[in-house]
Ligand binder design. Structure first.
Ligand code: SF4
Length: 249
């Protein structure tokens, strides 16, 4: 059965160009337990107070996505993003299973926070791995205390997930949001470089420069934005970060 678990869909994007190879249909899922200070989708955090979503089944989403298939050249396809897609593994498995039956490239864009080897998560996660061509994994800060301060959550299980993907041969892109004064220290970027170097299936390492485009959403939601004093990194700072982390594509 491929229509057992409806997804909580926050939004879709027909022509995504930055969330995986080629042009992609992006499905943004509702819900995330992290509280990244720079989050540009805070409306996906919680139900009720902040957000609205629609419940949709995998076959309905696939039907919508297929309208754009002729644009999926150069490795394009479907990306599930968030929010945090790992909170809706049953839906993702159904959608990606349908996609793979049609030869469509699948990308899971995740921050890894729900990852655990405890059940029932782990078995469901392994099934999703079977139908996911590429993981895009955000690594936000290597120092545990700083990670907690930046996101409200530990980074230990996120690193476990990266190691699991590497050990089991699952391709991944690593992404790091460069936040001046927060995630751009030499210690962090060097530690990221060293950690990424231990992984065997990393196909790309990207720096995503911090930007302020999401701040209006925080205002609208009446959430206190704590990075208002932070300015986006300069081109020179981005180049330095790329060199320290060992960015490549
Ligand atoms: S993991 Fe992503 S969606 Fe969740 S709070 Fe952080 S930036 Fe926002």
């Amino acid at each position: 059965m491929m229509n057992t678990y409806p997804g909580k869909i926050y939004a879709t994007e027909s022509f995504g160009a930055v969330d995986g190879p080629g042009v992609r249909f992006i499905v943004f899922l509702q819900g995330c337990r992290m509280r990244c200070r720079y989050c540009h989708n805070p409306e996906t955090w919680q139900e009720g107070k902040y957000s609205s979503y629609t419940l949709q089944y995998a076959s309905d989403i696939l039907r919508e996505a297929l309208r754009y298939r002729t644009y999926w050249k150069n490795g394009g396809g479907i990306t599930v993003s968030g929010g945090e897609p790992l909170l809706q593994l049953d839906f993702v498995r159904e959608l990606f299973t349908l996609a793979k039956e049609r030869g469509i490239h699948t990308v899971l864009d995740t921050a890894g926070n729900p990852f655990t080897t405890a059940e029932p998560f782990f078995s469901k996660f392994k099934k999703v791995c079977e139908v996911t061509d590429l993981f895009m994994l955000d690594l936000k800060e290597m120092n545990e205390q700083k990670h907690q301060k930046l996101t409200g959550q530990t980074n230990k299980n996120i690193h476990d997930m990266a190691r699991y993907l590497s050990k089991h041969g699952h391709a991944m892109w690593i992404r790091h949001v460069l936040v001046p004064g927060w995630t751009d220290t030499k210690e962090n970027l060097t530690a990221l470089h060293d950690f990424i170097y231990t992984l065997h299936t990393v196909k790309r390492v990207e720096i995503l420069p911090y930007h302020t485009m999401g701040t209006v959403k925080w205002e609208k939601l009446q959430l206190p934005y704590t990075l208002s004093a932070v300015v986006p990194p300069t081109e020179a700072e981005i180049i330095r970060a790329k060199q320290l982390i060992g960015a490549f594509d």
